[in-house]
Design a protein around this ligand. Sequence first.
Ligand SMILES: C[S@@+](CC[C@H](N)C(=O)[O-])C[C@H]1O[C@@H](n2cnc3c(N)ncnc32)[C@H](O)[C@@H]1O
Length: 305
Amino acid sequence: MNALRHCACSIVLALLCWHVAAARASDVPYVPTPMNVVDAMLALGGVGPGDYLIDLGSGDGRISIRAATRFGTRGMGVDLEAHLVNSANDDAKKQGIADKVTFAVRNLFDTDLGRATVITAYLFHSVNLRLRPLLFEQLKPGTRIVTHDFDFGDWPPDQKLTIDVPDKAYGPPRSDIMLWVIPANFAGTWQWPVAGSATHELRLEQKFQMPVGAAMAQGRPSRLGEARIKGDTVSFTLTGEAGVQRYSGRISGNVISGTVVLRDGDPPLPWRAERIKTGKINIGNMSGSINALRQVAASSPLKER
Ligand SMILES: C[S@@+](CC[C@H](N)C(=O)[O-])C[C@H]1O[C@@H](n2cnc3c(N)ncnc32)[C@H](O)[C@@H]1O
């Protein structure tokens, strides 16, 4: 009898948990992105016909629908509000692009992001910060993320612009639009020969898309400068006694292939570096992010509860 009661209680508890999860309150209220901001977001993300765009918290679907009607972009949107998802799917049908974009009632945190080449989001900082590790875990290097007004704390955007929005529903009549590109992992120790002579070595650490490091060129310390990572490409200079060498290349596994200019004015030569020791991308800690969040929260037009 006790076992039966125990079993019944477990079933009731499981059902309750399922109901609470299913009725999970939205993390952000619905506020549509004005259409001039949508267009600016698509332009900043360089969205085109070859992209697969996922709008996280898609509302009435306007971002994905605009990308599909303007550029033929495929994609999907997820939202917790069934009435918004229904209206987005109806609109996609009306506009004749239902074969390109679909909308589903789903928690954005339970959404598989791996197929995306572009992610768009108009969510709170706190939600972006919870999302951040998932983006690094699931997205391919080179995937663009475009947000409206809210950033990712101490992960600096690759590009940011502010545009006038005369019909903005909240706060000052302007919007920030930001772009991030998921970086490949360049961290570790790289070696290569130059002009057949002694090995160059570069030890790189990487925080988000920002590389820092120390280099040895032909056995002598060399200063690393102008280091940039964008998606799967890297560029940097090494400055030593012989002058400035300019490197740029693309990563594939543990190899970078590209070109080097050994002296200003020289033609570029082929460059191939091998990683002899791998490292990890530092994607920051949450306490740094929470501090950044506190600083910006006071000035956010769309207030977090
Ligand atoms: C500020 S609106 C943005 C709507 C649309 N992306 C746009 O820019 O016009 C945020 C949307 O996220 C949805 N949302 C909030 N929390 C969510 C979650 N955990 N999973 C999926 N959608 C969520 C809300 O229902 C709302 O429609």
